[in-house]
Design a protein around this ligand. Structure first.
Ligand code: HEC
Length: 145
């Protein structure tokens, strides 16, 4: 009897946990949908005004997902967060330095990525997640090497 009721309680809390998890994931998705929905029109707005900036953001997004997402997450919120990070949102200089040199346990990307790739990644980050710091050029990266 005791064992059976414990089992029932166990199953009950398992079901509860599962539904709580589903509810939590649902909320998390809702929350993550909101900022990207808000950011999407801004990126689209930038397209006609500055096609060069829009193209760099798009290239940079692809490069970011390839090179940075494993540690910093697709929205810059994982590991050491890049989204909402004042050192990053203040302008591209610190970001470029970090990508080139790889502080702490981060790999250095100076040998692996071109100035164009790093400029694109920096442009993407500096114009995402509430940042709007404009174009970062390959020359900016070259002069930081
Ligand atoms: C292998 C994991 C890894 C990858 C890949 C990685 N990083 Fe990092 N990154 C880290 C770690 C760990 C730190 C914290 C370093 C330290 O100890 O200061 C960091 C720190 C940073 C910082 C400094 C943050 C701060 O608050 O000082 C920036 C900016 C940054 N990373 C950007 C990037 C970008 C952009 C990419 C892609 C080109 C990238 N990282 C790829 C692991 C990674």
């Amino acid at each position: 009897m005791i064992a059976r009721s414990q089992l029932r309680a166990g199953v009950g809390s398992l079901v509860f946990c599962a539904s709580a998890l589903i509810a939590h994931v649902g909320i998390a998705q809702d929350q993550s949908a909101a900022p990207s929905d808000a950011a999407a029109p801004a990126a689209e707005d930038a397209a006609p005004a500055d096609p060069e900036l829009a193209a760099m953001i798009e290239t940079g997004h692809t490069e970011y997902l390839k090179n940075c997402r494993p540690c910093h997450g697709s929205k810059g919120t994982a590991g050491v967060p890049l989204a909402g990070n004042e050192k990053v949102s203040g302008g591209p200089d610190y970001l470029i330095w970090a990508i080139l040199t790889g502080p702490g346990y981060m790999p250095e990307f100076a040998p692996a990525l071109s100035n164009e790739q790093i400029a694109a990644i920096a442009t993407y980050i500096e114009n995402s997640w509430g940042n709007s710091n404009g174009l970062v050029t390959p020359d900016d990266v070259q002069s930081a090497r």
